[in-house]
Write a protein that binds this ligand. Structure first.
Ligand code: SF4
Ligand code: ZN
Ligand code: ZN
Length: 311
């Protein structure tokens, strides 16, 4: 029988890549300490920061919100209602309940009012929903963080998310994306600082934390998620991890330590300028969100589409 390394009681959790056995209570302590250490290690934020946590109703973002709150950060939530049927309705309710449980403010952005719902946008965009949904969420997170006076945006990306993206970027040697893959993106050119405090914790570890601390999260996947290619990369990483525990963590940390610094000095920094329509930062003349807005207005007015002015 495995025993908790802290209290010697019967262990209920074993973490193979840390060779660590813990009881539930000490697991919660270990998890929260690990988040605090990650925040310190990368200089993500201070207690004086105002933090906006991007919450989706899933285990990662709600666990992150709870940990930051318990660690004493001034952390509120931002939920973007994407209008994806029952999935959005249920996840919004769970976020509302959770904000009441921890006594922190939840801001809600209704995409149907701001732009249009994801299923409606999907009808006029041939790309997988996740590719434009991701940029829409980033746009509104940044916009509302600035509007509401938050200094940091925190997202619940975990080690599995980060290594899946890293593998995909390595396989295509996408140097610009690799250069931007970091748990801390400093405030710059109209972007609020962005941090990923769960980046060194696996999906399983976050799920365990959510279960042990009784977080009520949405278990269903977004209906558009099944087409996401990142799921395949996660499966591949999981197979390697099973054969060789610790690979995911090593892959990610060694990338940050050895490869990313070399990339930052060798790649041309991306020049950003204000979008000529909405003023938010973008690489082209018009940002991707305003291009979607333009397509939507063309559709509703039923007129011939204008040529796209962006490069
Ligand atoms: Fe958006 Fe894709 Fe996530 Fe669904 S799975 S919420 S479409 S990014
Ligand atoms: Zn214990
Ligand atoms: Zn714009």
């Amino acid at each position: 029988m495995r025993r908790c390394v802290k209290c010697k009681e019967k262990a209920s959790i074993y973490l193979p890549h840390h060779r660590l056995s813990l009881c539930s209570q000490h697991y919660v302590e270990w998890f929260e300490e690990r988040v605090q250490r990650t925040i310190k290690q990368f200089g993500m934020m201070e207690k004086r920061d105002r933090v906006l946590v991007a919450v989706s109703g899933g285990k990662d973002s709600l666990s992150l919100w709870q940990v930051l709150h318990r660690l004493g950060y001034e952390a509120d939530g931002l939920y973007i209602d994407l209008g994806i049927g029952d999935y959005s309705a249920k996840s919004k309710e769970l976020c509302k309940k959770f904000s009441e449980r921890i006594g922190r403010k939840l801001h809600i952005v209704d995409l149907s009012q701001e732009l249009s719902t994801i299923p409606q946008i999907k009808q006029l965009d041939s790309r997988p929903a996740c590719s434009f949904c991701g940029s829409i969420k980033r746009y509104y997170m940044n916009l509302y963080a600035k509007k509401l006076g938050y200094t940091v945006v925190a997202t619940g990306h975990n080690l599995d998310d980060e290594t899946a993206v890293l593998l995909s970027n390595v396989l295509s040697w996408n140097l610009q994306y690799l250069e931007r893959q970091t748990p801390l993106l400093e405030e710059k050119d109209g972007f609020v600082r962005k941090v990923k405090p769960l980046c060194l914790l696996t999906e399983r570890e976050t799920a365990l934390y959510a279960v042990v601390t009784n977080i009520d999260y949405i278990e269903e996947e977004c209906p558009f998620a099944e087409n996401a290619t990142s799921i395949d990369y996660k499966k591949i990483m999981a197979q390697i991890e099973e054969k060789s525990p610790g690979t995911k963590l090593r892959f990610y940390l060694e990338f940050l330590r050895k490869v990313r610094p070399a990339l930052s000095s060798g790649t041309q920094p991306v020049t950003l300028k204000p979008c000529s329509v909405c003023g938010e930062p973008t690489v082209g003349e018009i940002c991707s969100l305003c291009r979607i807005r333009r397509k939507l207005s063309v559709k509703t007015q039923n007129i011939t589409e204008l040529p796209d002015p962006s490069p």
